[in-house]
Ligand binder design. Structure first.
Ligand SMILES: C[S@@+](CC[C@H](N)C(=O)[O-])C[C@H]1O[C@@H](n2cnc3c(N)ncnc32)[C@H](O)[C@@H]1O
Length: 185
């Protein structure tokens, strides 16, 4: 599963929910995570962890007392993520739509940062909007919501929710990707 071929096979089989056929590039991951102040970040949520390529990089940077809660609906990817041996990691086989339920169950008050690989444009609009609104509610003040996408379709919708949205672009990814950096002010 670590290999790109295994990701490709599973992603193609579920192209509607995976939204891609290759995992994120190291350049995209580096650019995304550079925007997070890990010295001030303890509780991180990741949406759509896939084969864990971003998950492992988050864990490298996360505080030793931190927590990373990963949402993944694909059973193959979920089972693969369970093999990552790190006591700070919690993997749930749930849709990101249920962030409020999962966070409450874990007795977490608020989240510092959400890092999303969800293919928002493949998900029904109402569900995507619901996920974005729920995410906003779970974030602490000054918390950050990060999302990469292959188009700017969601820029306006994110701006309506977060007001403060910055944009980065990474060409060294297949396909090249925009990164939305949304701050809860
Ligand atoms: C574009 S892939 C990203 C994989 C990996 N994070 C990366 O960047 O290479 C999107 C992932 O989101 C997952 N996914 C799609 N809809 C989801 C949802 N509602 N909740 C949680 N995960 C979801 C898919 O199963 C897939 O693994």
């Amino acid at each position: 599963m670590q290999k790109k071929r295994a990701f490709f096979k599973e992603a193609v089989k579920n192209i509607k929910t995976s939204g891609t056929i290759v995992p994120s590039s190291k350049y995209l991951i580096k650019k995304m995570l550079k925007t997070v102040d890990f010295s001030n970040t303890k509780i991180v949520v990741e949406y759509g962890s896939g084969n864990g390529i971003i998950t492992k990089e988050i864990l490298k940077k996360l505080d030793k007392n931190g927590k990373l809660i990963c949402f993944e609906i694909n059973n193959e990817f979920y089972n693969h993520l369970l093999k990552i041996n790190d006591s700070r990691l919690i993997v749930v086989n749930e849709s990101s739509e249920n962030i409020n339920l999962v966070i409450n169950k874990l007795n977490i008050i608020e989240v510092d940062c959400i890092i999303s690989s969800l293919p928002l444009t493949n998900i029904p609009d109402q569900i995507s909007i619901n996920i974005l609104k729920q995410s906003y509610l779970q974030l602490k003040k000054n918390g950050v919501f990060l999302q990469y996408q292959y188009s700017l379709t969601y820029f306006k919708k994110l701006k309506e929710i977060y007001k403060n949205v910055d944009l980065e672009f990474e060409i060294r990814n297949l396909p090249p990707a925009f990164i939305y950096i949304c701050k809860k002010i």
